[in-house]
Design a protein around this ligand. Sequence first.
Ligand code: GMT
Length: 373
Amino acid sequence: MKIGITCYPTYGGSGVVATELGKELARRGHSVHFISYALPMRLGGFQDNIVYHEVEMSNYPLFEFPLYTLALASKMVEVARYEKLDILHCHYAVPHATSAYLAKQILRDTNIKIVTTLHGTDITLVGLEPSFLSIMKFSIEQSDGVTAVSRFLKEKTQTNYGIDKDIAVIPNFIDTAKYKRIPSDIFFVKCGAEGQKVLAHTSNFRPVKRVPDVIRIFNEVQKKIPSILLLIGDGPDRSQCEILCRELGIGDKVRFLGKQMEIVPLLSTADLFLMPSQSESFGLAALEAMACEVPVISSSVGGLPELQVHGQTGFIAEIGDIDRMARYAIDLLSNPVKHKMFAEAARRRAEEFESTKIIPQYEEYYEKILSTP
Ligand code: GMT
């Protein structure tokens, strides 16, 4: 198949899923064309069967705001026509599904099909803004195929937008040969913290991730168990979090590592992963931790209970229940036998989401959509 993939190229779950999907499809012999405003972060060097097409933005003085949705639609038309694409697969609905709808109208002399994958805040936050709601509903309904990364997100889409279109659930996936616990020699991380437990959190530090909760949970844990906290990633809440650490007097125990390209060595130093999100449609970062044998303490929101098993791969508590999450963390960190059982169960659960099991679901879905008149 010839597949166009549009995604955000930045540090974020939807872009990671889109890029890893494209790379794996290319390895399986499909011809993959990435269409975005920058090279997707995970794309890396040359790979056979992959071409990257950059969306060019015109800079006319009259346009106070960039016309990205239109520029993207134009690029989709150009690539689809000249590369004879079968499918345009949009990751994150806003505004990609709308650009794809527009492109398809221009390409109506072809048989191109549009598939949209819903990832999270495109449905639960951004798309619900009154100014976007009707255009999102329309764009999703006009896609030839729609997938969601969890049952939770499928149901949210159908109820929040009044959409009764069939939505296939295809979860996030992981390469468990790459994401596995390795002997970790990152001395700078453990520097001055030998013999201490390591708690970790990865995110883009947006309010929805509730990073201040991560810090407050850790604050309770470090009172009982000698430990450090690794905060990986960056985003709007980072400064506020650094201030909070200083206020709590734990600045020397919390390491802000910023954005990191190589996450496996860091996760391999961790004993526990914290994900107390306000909303989480799947929780790719938790899956990555689990693959590295790190049990997860998370909130009970969204698709998280579809990923992690309470009492086996970690623990689940209500949003904002910092005390309970801290108690769960202390319980696991102070009981090595129990911790080992949880770490092994986390890895086994992650193996259920192995890429080789999930990628064929996308291929089958494409076949189904292509065979529908
Ligand atoms: O929805 C977002 O916040 C953005 C998106 C991203 O691009 O980072 O993350 C979502 O997609 C991931 C991949 O499908 C999911 O694993 C994340 O749970 C989801 N984030 C949220 O729902 C907050």
